[in-house]
Design a protein around this ligand. Structure first.
Ligand code: SF4
Ligand code: FES
Length: 164
């Protein structure tokens, strides 16, 4: 796992390789700041801090974060929190996120995260692109047929109700 920091007087950008799944969203913003074919792959001198911040916020996984040092606005968590299933891939979450295990150990606190929904990730609960190896196919609008007409939870296909 690599964590790198890139900075100038105006902004500091942090990149966490353990969360990066090569979506390329940061590159597609067209800022020129991010280019994995170049070394260093982050060049903050190629855009204003506002443009850098916009490109960082395009990263859906939270692998990229920034800290403004020039008094410019820090990233604010989106409200309401949104959870968007990426076709045949992870859940992209944006909002005020804290990811922890059952004992309360916190893995991630931040405004963006990409959560595995195929079950194959070796970096649970985050997506690590293993869904591509396994050929995961989603069914994003799947609904048990009787859900629309259910009059109580027991009517829903596959329902398991608690005892008592
Ligand atoms: S947008 Fe985020 S996850 Fe995608 S390539 Fe850039 S840093 Fe990696
Ligand atoms: S959804 Fe990407 S590894 Fe599971």
């Amino acid at each position: 796992m690599t964590k790198r920091t890139y900075g100038n007087d105006s902004i500091r950008v942090l990149w966490d390789s353990s969360l990066c799944i090569h979506t390329g969203f940061c590159i597609k913003t067209g800022s020129g700041v991010f280019d994995p074919q170049r070394r260093p792959w982050v060049r903050l001198d190629l855009a204003s801090p506002d443009v850098v911040a916009q490109a960082v916020q395009a990263c859906p996984t939270g692998a990229l974060r920034y800290e403004r040092l020039d008094g410019g606005p820090q990233e604010e968590s989106q409200t309401p929190t949104t959870v968007v299933p990426w076709p045949n891939g992870p859940l992209f979450v944006r909002g005020s996120i804290e990811v922890s295990d059952r004992s309360g150990d916190v893995f991630l606190v931040g405004p963006r995260a990409s959560l595995c929904r195929c079950g194959a990730s070796r970096n649970q609960p985050f997506c690590d692109l293993s869904h591509r190896e396994t050929g995961f196919k989603d069914n994003p609008r799947a609904r048990p047929r009787s859900r629309e007409t259910a009059e109580c939870p027991a009517d829903i296909d596959g329902a398991t109700l608690p005892d008592g």
